[in-house]
Design a protein around this ligand. Structure first.
Ligand code: 2RA
Length: 331
């Protein structure tokens, strides 16, 4: 496979390169792509250095697959150009996610929606991905009525500028601000821009993308998304109300059986998921599994994942792996 990584010099792009190498995706030729400003820079892949090229050069090199993580505007402008040239695009931006003609895919949840005709495939938002992997088996068994989620999101979800802001503040250095407020020793209850309904765009992504991926618009979701001074991953407190009652032991076995999920739940020994442990891992970790005693048929969970991995790069590579395995890539 000739694989282009568009946005190869960014935080997610560099994790995409790592994940492609670690999972031994059959890359015969790597084409790292970035803006004209970064063209000529070098990136490393499996111990070899590769020169970063522009979008135009990359299209001329005719890759089989392009993994995009270069922001919504670049995706809107460039993904169709790749697709027209016969390249299958897996796009990590929000540009195509809610387009009814595009599939929004988390392989463990809904890979079955993919067909050979999908030329631009959307990778969901990081905070949505880790939640739906956990919701899937529970929805199948007990039918979800409503989800109330509060997130605790890593600065890596914003990008390099935010990581630098946190580190500069921690070291007492003045520098450019990614956020409107200090992030170290603080918590910012705003991720992305506010919408007319008072929710942020990140919150609306969690609501709408969850329904689209689970293929059920009757699931009600409400979200509060919050940035915290953490690096390793996103955490979520998820409250789920089901149509039907559940058995806690059965919930635990369903989650243990779910592909891509690791249950870390042993309160007696202080075992629960934390971003410092989820960092650099590809799985979604779930713990604090308990009944919500304030309401019938309702469950509380704590869900943690590395947002740059399962929340972005790993999920995109898993989509490519699925396409390859199922023969859905152009020959
Ligand atoms: C975040 N939603 O801000 C993101 C990145 N995709 O954490």
């Amino acid at each position: 496979m000739k694989v282009a990584v568009v946005g190869a010099t960014g935080l997610v792009g560099s994790v995409m390169l790592k994940v492609l190498a670690e999972r031994n995706f059959p890359v015969t030729e790597l084409i790292p792509v970035a803006s004209a400003k970064s063209a000529g820079k070098e990136v490393e892949f499996k111990g070899k250095k590769y020169k970063v090229v522009t979008v135009d050069d990359a299209i001329a090199m005719k890759p089989d697959v392009a993994l995009f993580s270069a922001g919504g505007d670049t995706s809107l402008a460039e993904a169709p150009r790749f697709a027209d040239a016969g390249v299958v695009v897996i796009d990590n931006s929000s540009a195509w996610r809610m387009d009814p003609t595009k599939k929004l895919v988390v392989p463990e949840v809904n890979a079955n929606v993919l067909t050979v005709n999908d030329k631009i495939i959307a990778n969901p938002n990081c905070s949505t991905i880790q939640m739906v992997v956990v919701l899937k088996p529970l929805h199948q068994k007990y039918k979800i009525k409503r989800v109330v989620v509060s997130t605790y999101q890593s600065v890596t979800g914003t990008g390099v500028k935010a990581v630098d802001q946190l580190m500069n503040e921690r070291n007492g250095i003045e520098g450019p601000m990614a956020y409107p407020y200090p992030i170290d020793l603080n918590v910012i209850p705003q991720i992305d821009v506010f919408q007319d309904n008072g929710y942020t765009k990140e919150e609306m992504k969690m609501i709408l993308e969850t329904q689209k991926i689970l293929g059920d618009n009757s699931i009600k979701v409400t979200a509060t998304t919050v940035r915290i001074p953490v690096m390793g991953g996103h955490s979520e407190a998820v409250n789920i109300e089901f149509e039907n009652d559940f058995d806690l032991a059965e919930v635990r076995s369903l989650l243990e059986a779910q592909q891509g999920v690791i249950v870390q739940d042993d309160p007696a020994n202080l075992v629960y998921p934390m971003p410092k442990d989820a960092h650099n891992k590809d799985e979604v970790f779930v713990g604090r599994i308990r009944r919500d005693e304030s309401q019938d048929n309702t469950l509380n969970l704590w869900v943690v994942a590395d947002n740059l991995r399962k929340g972005a790069a790993t999920n995109a590579v898993q989509i490519a792996e699925y396409l390859l395995k199922e023969g859905l890539l152009p020959a």
